[in-house]
Design a protein around this ligand. Structure first.
Ligand SMILES: [Zn+2]
Length: 204
């Protein structure tokens, strides 16, 4: 039932724009045809918080279409870049907030800054997409964990498939860490795990 969630216009828009960033207009077109979502070709939702007809399942449908077209390795590289673009768009949309936060955060230890950025991103993701994500701090690690991850719904695979999250988290933390952190997917619902889980190591 929870997978029937409709996502906010701006979240689905950022995903489609992210794909266009990486693959160009023709690339998005091919992927949307393959995903059987041709209604979105040249017709992205507006940048608003309203919920249109975009099911949370469309994320995984599109991700799988990319897998079919570009193969596992190609899709992995592309989706990581798409996630990066999604974060970039999110940061641009909230430029004023980000600048303000950075001003106040500069005095905090790096670890604290990372935690604040992760918590803020999770809040936006949960509000806009409904991923049921949370940040867990355990020893030296941070974990991003999603019970209703949008990228792997109805997908079975021997290996993790939610590559966009890795690119997203890297871009999100880049301004703070300079990109030095390490991010690994340690659990994925496509593999039969109960959640999708990413381990973030600072200064590995
Ligand atoms: Zn997932």
């Amino acid at each position: 039932m929870s997978s029937e969630i409709r996502v906010a216009n701006k979240a689905f828009r950022a995903f489609l724009l992210g794909i266009e960033d990486v693959l160009g207009k023709h690339g998005v077109e091919a992927v949307l045809h393959r995903a059987n979502l041709p209604q979105y070709i040249g017709n992205y939702p507006p940048s608003t918080m309203e919920r249109g007809e975009h099911s949370i399942r469309y994320f995984s449908r599109i991700a799988r279409a990319m897998y079919d077209i570009y193969g596992g390795r190609g899709a992995r590289a592309i989706m990581q870049r798409v996630g990066r673009s999604q974060a970039e768009i999110g940061l641009q949309e909230n430029a004023a907030l980000v600048a303000l936060a950075r001003l106040g955060m500069k005095l905090l230890p790096l670890r604290q800054q990372v935690k604040i950025a992760l918590e803020a991103a999770v809040k936006a993701i949960n509000e806009q997409i409904g991923s049921e994500a949370e940040i867990i701090e355990e020893g030296e690690f941070f974990y991003y964990q999603a019970r209703n991850c949008s990228y792997c719904i109805d997908w079975q695979s021997d290996t993790p498939v939610c590559f966009a999250v890795i690119g997203f988290l890297h871009r999100l933390l880049q301004n703070i860490t300079g990109g030095t952190e390490k991010i690994e997917e340690v659990m994925c619902r496509a593999k039969g795990d109960a959640v999708c889980r990413y381990r973030i190591t600072l200064n590995p």
